[in-house]
Structure formats: structure tokens, C-alpha cells
Ligand binder design. Structure first.
Ligand code: CP
Ligand code: NVA
Length: 310
């Protein structure tokens, strides 16, 4: 049996496939302008398809945007909370994958650990989609790439600066930058930087990646500044963490280092006064709610690729 078309990490895809997904997402967004959100797309491209969604962690955007995306394409979601499944009582992820493969056409999982995602995919006969792990968040970065391209007209040659804790989002940004030919600069304190493996992957794949402890160096002349929470769902929050990350807060002064038309991005949920000031978050350069909207359009492109091969 052919391997299902999983969507696990941006590093698995060529520049051509990623660019095609971005274009497909943008085209579907354009086609829906002014239409009711519950309207099913003409031709019902995923008519009759069922998407199981497993959540081991909380979610607002991923849960709702996947639900909306599959419905708009003519399919239906099956929402599962890991705590309510036999998974919570020790049934293996491999057996869960084998069972769900008999019921649904694709599985999206938000997993506490990346190993859970890869084990699910290895044992599933239907496509598996990464809805965030402790390692990466590729669906969010697909939405962010759509947003960045909408504002800048291109991706190749841009400079994206990250300031804050290097987390799952940073990994997927680094993957995207190497594949799509933009520069990635990551400013994080020691101990909060991307893993040596991710940095090595970027170097081996032609990535233009700078890792620094100096947020000003990262931000200078950038087209976009991006950050995320100081305490991702997989880490324990602490006062010491906040102290170490404070100099990396995205402020108006940091934004002023970037190009005058630079945009501010954040996958949300945001914590005003921590990783970003309210002034920047709610200011004219912030495009965070476009990113949130674009989750739906990106995921429709991903679902189409996984289930229809396009
Ligand atoms: N950005 C994002 O994935 O948000 P949720 O945790 O609300 O799904
Ligand atoms: N880095 C964040 C992303 C949330 C969407 C986390 O893992 O909590």
C-alpha cells in the first residue's frame, strides 16, 4: 500500500510543493471573499471525507480553523480529546492509528510530544497532519507564509527576525526559510536558542540562518519581526524565564530597527507586556489577525494536498 500523504514538517517538502500550497491557499481565500463562512465550496472538493482531530493540548485557532476548513470543503470533522480516548488509559498510539484509519480519511493531531506524531504517522493508513508538537508547528507557519507574501508580494530574499524563546514555531520558520530562500535571524538568550540539530539542518539545506543573543542585530533592516509566548505549552513557566527573556520583548524601539514598512507577526495566543508590548501588538504594523484568518486558507490547501493529491 502506498504511503499516505502526511503533512508532518515543512522540511519534508520541496520549495515547489510549498509554493504551490501557498498559491492554492491564497486562491481559495480570494474565491471566498464576501461569501458566508459556512458556505461549502462549489464542487465540494472533499465531499464525504472525515477528518479526525486529536487534541492532547488546548487550542482555539487550530481546532476551529480545521473544523471550518474541512466543512467548507464539503467534509466533516470528528473532534477527539485525547483525555476522553482510551489513549488516556494506555492504549498505544500505534493501535489508535490503526483503528482510526478504519474510520476516517485523515487525522490531525496536536501532540504533546513529536514522537507521538511520528508514531501515529508510521502506523496510519490515512494522512496525518501535524497540528503542533513540542518540536514544530508547520500549519501555523504555512498561514504565516501566506500572510507574509500578501504583505510583501514575495518571500524569496526577505529577512525575518525572531526575538524571544526559540520554540516549535521557530523550528518551522527555520525550515520554511531554508526551503523558500529567505533569511532567518533568531535572537534568543543562551539556553533558549534553536537546537543544534535544527541549526545543522538549516546549514545542510542551504539556509541563511543567523542565531544571535542580540535582538537589535536580528531586527536591523528586517522585513518582519516575529515572536511567540515565553512559555510554550511544553515548558514550565518561571520568573527566571521571564527575566532572561525580558530583553527580547518586541517593543516599538525594536520595531524601529526594522524596515519602516516591516510587519509584526505572532501565531497567538499573545501575552501583552511579556513577549510583545500592547503598543506593537495592537499597532499599525501588526498583522496577527490576518495570520489567524489565514489558518483556514492554509489548512484547506493542506487538506487538499493530503486527500486529493493537489
Ligand atoms: N496559533 C495556534 O496554533 O493557536 P491555538 O493554540 O489556539 O490552536
Ligand atoms: N509555542 C506555542 C505555540 C502555541 C500555538 C506553544 O507551543 O504553546
Amino acid at each position: 500500500m502506498a504511503t499516505p500523504r502526511h503533512f508532518l514538517d515543512l522540511s519534508d517538502f520541496s520549495a515547489d510543493v510549498l509554493a504551490a500550497l501557498i498559491q492554492h491557499g491564497r486562491a481559495m481565500k480570494d474565491a471566498r471573499k464576501g461569501k458566508p463562512k459556512g458556505m461549502v465550496e462549489p464542487g465540494r472538493p472533499l465531499d464525504g471525507r472525515l477528518l479526525a482531530m486529536i487534541f492532547e493540548r488546548p487550542s482555539t485557532r487550530t481546532r476551529v480553523s480545521f473544523d471550518v476548513a474541512i466543512r467548507q470543503m464539503g467534509g466533516e470533522p470528528v473532534l477527539l480529546s485525547a483525555g476522553d480516548m482510551q489513549l488516556g488509559r494506555g492504549e498505544t498510539i500505534a493501535d489508535t492509528a490503526r483503528v482510526l484509519s478504519r474510520y476516517v480519511d485523515a487525522i490531525m493531531i496536536r501532540a504533546a510530544s513529536h514522537a507521538t506524531l511520528t508514531e501515529l504517522a508510521a502506523n496510519s493508513q490515512v494522512p496525518v497532519i501535524n497540528g503542533l508538537t513540542d518540536f514544530s508547528h508547520p500549519c501555523q507557519v504555512m498561514a504565516d507564509l501566506i500572510t507574509l507574501e500578501e504583505y510583501k508580494g514575495k518571500l524569496k530574499g526577505l529577512t525575518v527576525a525572531w526575538s524571544g524563546d526559540s520554540c516549535n514555531m521557530t523550528t518551522s520558520w527555520i525550515h520554511a526559510a531554508a526551503r523558500l530562500g529567505f533569511t532567518m535571524r533568531v535572537a534568543s538568550p543562551k539556553g533558549f536558542q534553536p537546537s543544534a540539530d535544527v541549526i545543522a539542518w538549516s546549514a545542510q539545506n542551504g539556509g541563511n540562518l543567523l542565531v544571535t543573543q542580540n535582538p537589535d542585530e536580528a531586527a536591523t533592516g528586517a522585513d518582519c519581526i516575529v515572536t511567540d509566548t515565553w512559555a510554550s505549552m511544553n515548558v514550565t513557566d518561571s520568573a527566571d524565564r521571564h527575566q532572561q527573556l525580558q530583553p527580547y520583548q518586541v517593543t516599538a524601539a525594536l520595531m524601529a530597527r526594522a524596515k519602516p514598512d516591516a510587519i509584526f507577526m505572532h501565531c497567538l495566543p499573545a501575552h501583552r507586556g511579556e513577549e510583545v508590548t500592547a503598543q506593537v501588538m495592537d499597532g499599525p504594523q501588526s498583522v496577527v489577525f490576518d495570520e489567524a484568518e489565514n489558518r483556514v486558507h492554509a489548512q484547506k490547501a493542506i487538506l487538499g494536498w493530503c486527500l486529493k493529491g493537489k
